[in-house]
Design a protein around this ligand. Structure first.
Ligand SMILES: [Ca+2]
Ligand SMILES: [Ca+2]
Ligand SMILES: [Ca+2]
Length: 419
């Protein structure tokens, strides 16, 4: 059987070349593709309308003969040898040459770029000291990002910004000061249409300091002798107090505030006698809380002076007398305030927490006592009363006197009879 030799009958493939579009604009990418023989060198050259080569590239085709290359058209025309007009794409491979053409066209663009968003947003406050300043933009045709200009507080920071065809970002190299800052930004499209934006934002240091409560009324430890009182407090904050956050409690009951400002509050209260625990809580607008607790006492009731001797017109049968009067207070007696006069003359009784005792020697007859005392709130009580001293009658003395008189009389009579 005869075996026919294998003969390579594949003839040379014709070279083809084409572009993905017929018309291109500045900034576009030209996609060139075609076919040639398998695994063969391919050279592509681009010639401008004047016949000057503007770009060249080499490739090896795939095993099935396919090749492709891309060429970038500059954003700005003219640029180097790039000009508007009809270009020739020339392909060389396996001794063949093929041409195709495309048009680099100018475009009519009367619409400026659109600034889509800015950061920090307009008239907002940021609490970081070097906020990233960003602008996002686009154009109906093509942004010319070489025209971007950014100014912060009048200083051109463009050189330090990161600029692309869609956004510009700038991070301040040093911390910004507290307060308002102004950004100016502009960008043009390739046709020179300009978009610009000026806006302000504010920088505020993070507030970590709670408010400071500088005074309260009634002050801690005060004893007041009125029941209708006006409480108040003064306070401040490095930023601002949140007036809605302020709460005042007395013995855990919330008191309605009659007035409140960023620096003070007042509240009226009609209280009963007693000891009060006041609690004040104030928050600043950053959420830092200041709290203070204190106590004060209301006592509008004078001390009570009592004892049997006050009402009974007591009669003592001795000049050496002792009597005791009870003194008490609903809250706290001021024992050092207790005083006593007897017949208008001050005396010094013995005073203890609940009573006063007088011991002394007085003449027979009626005596008037006045006792006065104050409580720690200054309420005064005073009581006056009388007692008397009447010594008991001693009949033996009368008898002895009568006997002595009688003896003397008898003696006188006896003497007279002898004479
Ligand atoms: Ca435009
Ligand atoms: Ca604060
Ligand atoms: Ca009292």
């Amino acid at each position: 059987m005869m075996v026919l030799p294998l003969i390579n009958t594949i003839s040379a493939s014709p070279l083809t070349v084409s572009t993905d579009k017929q018309t291109y604009y500045p900034g576009d990418v030209i996609y060139v593709s075609g076919t040639t023989e398998s695994s063969s060198d391919v050279t592509i050259q681009l010639y401008n309308p004047d016949g000057t080569m503007v770009d060249i590239d080499y490739k090896v085709s795939s095993t099935n003969g396919y090749f492709s290359m891309t060429f970038k058209i500059p954003l700005k025309i003219p640029s180097g040898s790039w000009i508007y007009g009809v270009y020739t794409v020339r392909a060389y491979s396996v001794g063949q040459i093929k041409n195709t053409t495309f048009t680099l066209s100018t475009i009519t663009d009367v619409t400026p770029p659109t600034i889509a968003s800015i950061s920090p947003a307009e008239n907002t406050t940021v609490s970081i000291l070097n906020p990233i300043i960003s602008v996002l933009y686009s154009d109906d045709v093509a942004i010319d990002f070489s025209t971007v200009r950014m100014m912060l507080d009048g200083v051109d920071v463009t050189a330090a910004a990161t600029i692309t065809s869609t956004r510009t970002d700038y991070i301040p190299v040093s911390n910004l000061s507290e307060g308002s800052h102004t950004v100016y930004f502009e960008v043009k499209d390739l046709a020179g249409n300009k978009a610009s934006k000026t806006w302000n934002f504010k920088v505020e240091f993070p507030d970590l300091s709670p408010p400071v409560i500088s005074s309260v009324y009634p002050p801690n430890g005060t004893i007041l002798n009125v029941r209708m009182i006006t409480l108040n407090a003064t306070y401040s904050d490095n930023k601002a107090v949140d007036p809605y956050s302020v709460t005042l409690k007395l013995n855990d009951s919330t008191i309605t505030l009659s007035a409140i400002s960023s620096t003070s509050l007042t509240a009226s209260a009609n209280l009963t006698d007693g000891v009060y625990l006041a609690k004040l809580s104030i928050m600043d607008t950053s959420g830092n809380i200041a709290k203070t607790n204190w106590t004060f006492t209301i006592d509008a009731t004078p001390p009570t002076i009592s004892g049997n001797i006050l009402n009974n017109n007591t009669v003592f049968e001795s000049k050496e007398i002792t009597f005791t009067v009870s003194i008490s207070d609903n809250i706290a007696l001021n024992t050092s305030s207790v005083s006593m006069t007897i017949d208008g003359i001050a005396v010094t009784p013995t005073v203890n927490a609940t009573s006063v005792t007088y011991s002394g020697t007085l003449s027979e007859g009626s005596h008037t006592v006045v006792i006065s005392a104050r409580d720690m709130a200054g309420n005064t009580a005073s009581k006056a009363f009388t007692f008397s001293i009447a010594l008991p009658t001693n009949y033996m003395i009368y008898i002895i006197v009568i006997i002595i008189v009688a003896v003397i009389a008898v003696a006188i009579i006896f003497v007279l009879k002898r004479v």
